[in-house]
Design a protein around this ligand. Sequence first.
Ligand code: FMN
Length: 217
Amino acid sequence: MGSTQPEFNNPATTTLLELVKARRTYYGLKAESPISDEAIERIVQDAVLHVPSSFNTQTSRVVLLLKEEHQKLWDIAINIMESLVAAGKVPKEMFENHTKPKLNAFRAGYGTVLFFVDYDSLAAIKEQFAIYADKFDPFALESNAMSQYLVWAALCSEGFGANLQHYSPLIDEQVQKTWNIPASWKLDAQLVFGTPTSEPSEKTFQPIEDRYKVFGK
Ligand SMILES: Cc1cc2nc3c(=O)[nH]c(=O)nc-3n(C[C@H](O)[C@H](O)[C@H](O)COP(=O)(O)O)c2cc1C
């Protein structure tokens, strides 16, 4: 399946799909950027503005941390993990051999995009559309994930490598304090990026036939 190339009206569609394939998880990163900070901001701002949300509720919030501010984030994570080790809640050996090297690898990158969801901003619409009330929170998270994906793909398109992390709720309080984040912004994910120093690992795929059906072709 998919061995012959279909014709698209717009050559940009082929490019888009190539970019989809080029987005991978890169763990080996260094603190260099192939593009200007303004270009990074443009990617992030366009994602915030143009990624859709249910009922156009616009629930995603994003903070871009570059260079020293990015390092500060991963120092926060390292310090918290160290305090857990000191409290006997995380085995020292696991921290030293696995967690710390991993966190230092994130710290070695150029920046981190913090993705938040402002669930509180949904209060009015939940009342207005009571029948959907329990759907709005998951919709908000889905919309946030779309932003994460777009920024990830766009950064890879510009020569960055990136990986997606989830250190919430561990780091939430410190993040909120350090960057004066509104209390209603709930952290979901951290997208770490930098110039790649290693290739992504090999990726395997389940047969497309097991995951996809078409009818009416
Ligand atoms: C919703 C979601 C959550 C993920 N969470 C993490 C994570 O917490 N830590 C991590 O290292 N990778 C995380 N990943 C990355 C996946 O492991 C990775 O995307 C997957 O193995 C496919 O590899 P690829 O990104 O190179 O295509 C996450 C990916 C998705 C889509």
